[in-house]
Design a binder for this molecule. Structure first.
Ligand code: GLN
Length: 204
């Protein structure tokens, strides 16, 4: 990308920070770790990585970041949440701890650890139309799924599950993107490129 590369932050309190920094750089961004409100002010977009959503929620509070992140998301900062990050963007979280918080950036109900014990972690090839015709290899690690979405949410991908349902695993609402899987653990940077396109659309 040119000198106009956006600066994209990865919330760096807990979880897979390095993978997202690497993928953002490969997709053409200037990627920075964000731990403090001052660092948050410098970014054109923010990634909430996978990890453990209840731990991340506690650390957001402990670092005085809950309010500043909520405020920037409310102002329309483009955001991408992966796995635990998806949980943090939900408007309602099921099967979480009573003291856990979240940002309500996407009108969706998300169930934590939804895929159950036998298939705690799995990989599958997923059709994600906005990324092009080639399916994406997706990795799910104690992943959530999206149980319901509001009318303004675009469903980008679903997976069939053993209970006979298709479960939603990738969504977008305006400036906010979320996936139940971890695109940062494969070589495919298309999801990060898609997020950079969202940032370009938001700032142009
Ligand atoms: N199960 C985790 C949680 O509830 C999410 C797992 C992940 O991010 N890989 O936060």
């Amino acid at each position: 990308m040119s000198a106009a590369a956006p600066t994209v932050g990865v919330l760096a309190l807990q979880g897979d920070i390095a993978g997202h920094l690497r993928h953002l750089e490969r997709a053409g961004a200037r990627a920075v770790a964000v731990r403090r409100p001052g660092e948050l002010r410098e970014v054109n977009g923010l990634v909430l990585p996978g990890g453990e959503s209840t731990a991340m929620s506690r650390l957001l509070d402990a670092h005085g970041m809950q309010g500043p992140v909520a405020e920037r998301l409310g102002d329309g900062l483009p955001v991408y949440g992966s796995c635990a990050g998806m949980i943090l963007l939900a408007s309602l979280v099921l099967d979480t701890r009573p003291d856990a918080g979240w940002f309500s950036a996407i009108d969706m109900t998300v169930r934590r650890n939804a895929f159950g014990r036998q298939v705690d972690s799995f990989e599958t090839d997923l059709a994600i139309p906005p990324l092009g015709p080639e399916p994406m290899r997706t990795v799910f690690i104690r992943a959530p799924w999206v149980e319901t979405v509001g009318p303004d949410v675009d469903v980008l991908a679903s997976v069939p599950t053993s209970d006979g349902h298709d479960r939603i695993v990738a969504v977008r609402q305006g400036h906010a993107l979320a996936t139940a899987f971890h695109p940062e653990v494969t070589d495919d940077v298309r999801m990060h490129r898609y997020f950079l396109d969202m940032i370009a659309g938001a700032t142009s």
